[in-house]
Design a protein around this ligand. Structure first.
Ligand code: ZN
Length: 408
């Protein structure tokens, strides 16, 4: 699941905590109905969240002011491990790098995984907030950069911690296993893979369902969006290098100019989406970087290009990469040059939200927050490695509620 709580202020994400609690609380089958405590009715998730908001805000500010870059999230992971242990969870650290897994077993029933992400971005914070990040770090290529939770993963960690506390304090209301995970390196699309390769679904129970959220500035505070089916794209990076024969700019007839090959390729590649892919299949081919040469009058030996390539289905993903390779080869062949080098990285797979589970959770949100506060999200060509848990077999088709159209 990929849910987008809307937000237009920094407080909105915390309203999402209440929404998430409602959703997760009802997505597990309840145990035998518990008798109301003698001192009155059980508190609703929303009332509980209102009461716990100050403590959750403290955690949020703590995390926000101490951001860490991908795969360096040691202090953030330690903080969450401490919080989750204190809430009564059985916590394992160091899963897939800095990842954290927390289990709360509460009798028979499904295992539901709630995932948050640990990492921040190399962005200098300029909000002026009293809890703004002052963190600076070295850039990989040299120079210094600020670090900020500019993508909102601090909100996700706070939300999952709030949900985890709610479950721990309301064990009479549900049965099954709650599995909280804090995943490293979402920003570089590496953390989910690393946790899975470190035995996430072998060393710990393989969840029947998995839920995650992402904040968005594109919608109103206090509202939540869900979206069934394809929601985020396959994200592939492709490197193309044209190998020409350099020489003097005044004697082009003695060269094979890789800049001209690259220029022809860039225009040719625009026809892939426009003329090769079925118009109703979303696809993107963007050349984001092109580098060649060092001086006005020297034709270089090589030109290198970096592309981002996006799609939803596996078939379109393969079609795009094959077309890029074919058109790059054609541009080189037209110049009489040797074939270019084309390397496609293994990217992040597209995110497909299970329709049955999405419908079930959407109804819970509507019930808890009111129908006006729940909308339908827009599909995006962005990426999110939460998709890897789906690719690894979650939700479990044998335990899904009702008919479910699983990803092809
Ligand atoms: Zn993010």
């Amino acid at each position: 699941m990929f849910l987008s709580p809307r937000r237009s202020s920094r407080f909105a994400p915390l309203l999402w905590v209440a929404g998430a609690l409602g959703a997760v609380g009802s997505s597990l089958p309840a145990a035998e109905p518990a008798a109301a405590p003698a001192d009155g009715p059980r508190d609703s998730p929303a009332a509980w969240a209102d009461e716990r908001l100050p403590a959750l805000l403290d955690l949020y500010r703590h995390l926000h002011s101490r951001p860490e870059l991908s795969n360096q999230e040691t202090a953030t992971a330690a903080k969450l491990a401490e919080e989750w242990r204190a809430a009564g969870y059985d916590v394992t650290t160091g899963v897939g790098g800095t990842g954290v897994v927390a289990l709360l077993k509460n009798g028979a029933g499904p295992t539901v995984m709630f995932r948050c992400d640990l990492d921040a971005l190399p962005v200098t914070e300029a909000t002026g907030l009293p809890f703004a990040s002052q963190v600076k770090t070295e850039r990989p290529g040299g120079g210094e950069t600020g670090v900020m939770h500019a993508c909102g993963h601090d909100v996700h960690m706070t939300s999952v911690t709030g949900a985890g506390r709610y479950f721990a304090e309301h064990r009479d209301d549900w049965s099954g296993t709650v599995m909280l995970i804090a995943q490293p390196a979402e920003e570089i699309g590496a953390g989910a893979k690393a946790m899975l390769e470190d035995g996430l679904f072998e060393r710990f129970p393989k969840p029947d369902y998995a839920v995650a959220l992402h904040v968005t500035p594109n919608a109103a505070a206090g509202t939540v969006e869900t979206l069934a089916g394809y929601s985020l794209a396959n994200v592939d990076s492709v490197d193309v290098t044209f190998h020409g024969r350099g020489g003097h700019g005044a004697q082009p007839h003695t060269t094979q100019d890789p800049i001209v090959m690259a220029a022809e390729f860039v225009l040719s590649a625009q026809a892939i989406v426009a003329r090769e892919v079925k118009p109703t299949d979303p696809a993107v081919v963007t050349v984001g970087s092109i580098h060649a040469g060092s001086k006005h009058n020297i034709i270089p030996d090589e030109a290198t290009l970096q592309l981002t390539v996006r799609s939803y289905s596996d078939a379109v993903r393969k079609q795009l990469i094959a077309a890029i390779e074919r058109r790059a080869n054609a541009a080189a062949a037209a110049a009489g040059a040797e074939p270019p080098t084309v390397n496609a990285s293994e990217g992040t797979p597209s995110l497909y939200n299970d329709p049955a589970l999405t419908a079930r959770l959407t109804a819970v949100f509507q019930n808890e927050l009111g129908a006006d506060a729940v909308g339908t999200g827009e599909p995006s060509m962005g990426g999110e490695d939460f998709s890897r848990y789906g690719k690894a077999g979650v939700p479990n088709p044998t335990t899904l509620p009702g008919p479910s159209r699983l990803r092809a």
